[in-house]
Design a protein. Sequence first.
Length: 116
Amino acid sequence: MVHAFIAERLLKKIGGMEKYTHCSNGKELFDLLITLEENLPDLILLDINMPVWDAWEFLEARNKFPRWYTIPTFIVSSSTDWADRDKAETFGLRDHYIVKPLTSEKIAPLFELNDC
């Protein structure tokens, strides 16, 4: 929960994001995205280890919704294990892998690269 608070503060400060939604797990995020017709989020940050559905389960489900590929998605994890980075690559997210803790230096490029 502390990481979510830090992420929110950094996103608002650096990216100027006015709206921030925190989902407790991948299934909750999936259900939220299903309800959104056109107002998809500008950015998704996924922790690998979430209850109910972890990041990998969410990404598997995301594969069925091509319009969600337009949402810049990043994995934010404390894991430095190369196996996790390799798995991120299977979802096209190898270069979208951020190791915690989140900092201004790690967040700022997300807005430059993805035009958020």
